[in-house]
Design a protein around this ligand. Structure first.
Ligand code: NAD
Length: 357
C-alpha cells in the first residue's frame, strides 16, 4: 500500500499518543499531530517518536479554522484521525462549556476544513481520503440488563455533558457524509486504560494514590460496570479501521473485559501487593486504602460493547486480556515515575493539577 500522511488531532493525549507511537513505529506512514496542548496534552507522551522524520507537531486549536486550513494546505494529508476532545466526565459536569466548544464546535470546524480541502483533491485522492472520527460507547447511555450489549445500531441516549457533546459530534460527522459526501468513518470504543494515562482517570489515580498511601476513592458502592480496552489494542483497531473499514460505517471497539469498578480497584491492589511489595509507611494492605465516596450525578450503571463487527469484518481482536493489560499498566507506572511526577507537579505544562489532594 502506498505510504500515507495522516493528520491526527489530539495526538498528545492518552489514546492519541498511543496511536501516534503505533503509527510511527509499526507503519511506514507519516503523521502530523494537531493538538492545542490543554492540561490533557503532554508532549512527553510523544517523546519516543519525536525524533522521527515521519513525525510533525502543530500546536493548533481545532476551533481555529484559519489555522486548520493552514495545516491542511501545508501537510496535504491523505486522511484524518480526529481524537481531539475534552474527555473527562467529571470535568464536564463541573464546567460543560469547554466540552461544547471543543467537542461540538471543534468537530464542526474540523469537518469544514477537511471538506474544503477534500473538495479540491483530484479524483483518486478524493476517493482514498478518510475522515475517521474517534468516539465513545458513552453516547449509548446506560445498559441495565446484564445480557445486553451496545451494537452499532443501539440508539443514542447520552447521560453526561461529555457524552452528549460526543453524541452531537457523531451526528455532525454522519451529516457531513450524507450531505456533502465527505468519506467518514466513526468508531465508538469502551473505556481505555494503559501507559501514559492521565492520573485523574480511575486506573492511574488508584495506582498512584496507593503508592503514596492516599485513599482510593470509589464512587457509590463500586458496582458500576465498564468494559476495559488496553489502549495499544485500541490504537491497532483504529489503524485497521482507517485503512480497511467501509466508508460511512460505524465500528464498535471493545475489550471483552467487563468489570465492576470495585473489582478493578481490587485487581490493582493485588497487582501492587505483588509488584510493589515495599509499601509506604502505615499501609499493611493496599486494599485497606479503599474509601467509598458520593456517587457521580447521572452515573451510568453499565457499559458493554459488542465488538463482533470488528472481528468479523476487519479481523481485529484485542491481544491483551484484562489481567495481562493491567499487569503491563501497573508495571509501566512503576517504571515511569518521571512521567507521572511531571504531571502531578505541573512541570509538563506549567499547570499544576489538584491531583495530589
Ligand atoms: P485525552 O483527554 O487524554 O486527550 C485529548 C487531547 O486532545 C489532548 O492532547 C488535548 O490537548 C487535545 N485537545 C483538547 N482540546 C483541544 C482543542 N480544542 N484543539 C486541539 N486539541 C485539543 O483524551 P483521550 O482519552 O486520549 O481520548 C481521545 C479521544 O477518544 C476523545 O475523542 C475521546 O472522546 C475518545 N474516547 C476516549 C476513551 C477513553 O477511555 N479515554 C474511550 C472512548 C473514546
Amino acid at each position: 500500500m502506498a505510504l500515507k500522511r495522516i493528520l491526527v488531532t489530539g495526538g498528545a493525549g492518552f489514546i492519541g499518543s498511543a496511536l501516534v507511537r503505533y503509527l510511527v513505529t509499526e507503519t511506514q506512514d507519516s503523521v502530523v499531530v494537531v493538538d492545542k496542548l490543554t492540561y490533557a496534552g503532554n508532549l512527553a507522551s510523544l517523546a519516543p517518536v519525536a525524533a522521527s522524520d515521519r513525525f510533525a507537531f502543530e500546536q493548533v486549536d481545532i476551533c481555529d479554522r484559519p489555522a486548520l486550513d493552514q495545516v491542511f494546505a501545508t501537510y496535504q494529508p491523505d486522511m484524518v484521525m480526529h481524537l481531539a476532545a475534552e474527555s473527562h466526565v467529571d470535568r464536564s459536569i463541573d464546567g460543560p462549556a469547554a466540552f461544547i466548544e471543543t467537542n461540538i464546535v471543534g468537530t464542526y470546524q474540523m469537518l469544514e476544513a477537511a471538506r474544503h480541502y477534500w473538495n479540491a483533491l483530484d479524483d483518486e485522492k478524493k476517493a482514498a481520503f478518510r475522515f475517521h472520527h474517534i468516539s465513545t460507547d458513552e453516547v449509548f447511555g446506560d445498559l441495565h440488563g446484564t445480557d445486553d450489549l451496545f451494537t452499532e445500531t443501539t440508539p443514542y441516549a447520552p447521560s453526561s455533558p461529555y457524552s452528549a457533546s460526543k453524541a452531537s459530534s457523531d451526528h455532525l460527522v454522519r451529516a457531513w457524509m450524507r450531505t456533502y459526501g465527505l468519506p467518514t468513518i466513526i468508531t465508538n470504543s469502551s473505556n481505555n486504560y494503559g501507559p501514559y494515562h492521565f492520573p485523574e482517570k480511575l486506573i492511574p489515580l488508584m495506582i498512584l494514590n496507593a503508592l503514596s498511601a492516599k485513599p482510593l476513592p470509589v464512587y457509590g458502592n463500586g458496582a458500576q460496570i465498564r468494559d476495559w480496552l488496553f489502549v495499544e489494542d485500541h490504537a491497532r483497531a483504529l489503524y485497521r479501521v482507517v485503512t480497511a473499514g467501509e466508508v460511512g460505517e460505524t465500528y464498535n471497539i471493545g475489550g471483552h473485559n467487563e468489570r465492576k469498578n470495585l473489582d478493578v480497584v481490587h485487581t490493582l491492589c493485588d497487582l501492587l501487593e505483588e509488584l510493589a511489595p515495599q509499601k509506604p509507611a502505615g499501609v499493611t494492605h493496599y486494599r485497606d486504602l479503599i474509601t467509598y465516596v458520593t456517587d457521580r450525578p447521572g452515573h451510568d450503571m453499565r457499559y458493554a460493547i459488542d465488538a463482533s463487527k470488528m472481528a468479523q469484518e476487519l479481523d481485529w481482536k484485542p491481544q491483551e486480556t484484562f489481567e495481562t493489560g493491567m499487569r503491563k499498566t501497573v508495571l509501566w507506572y512503576l517504571n515511569n515515575e518521571a512521567w507521572w511526577r511531571s504531571v502531578q507537579d505541573g512541570s509538563y505544562t506549567g499547570e499544576r493539577l489538584g491531583l495530589d489532594a
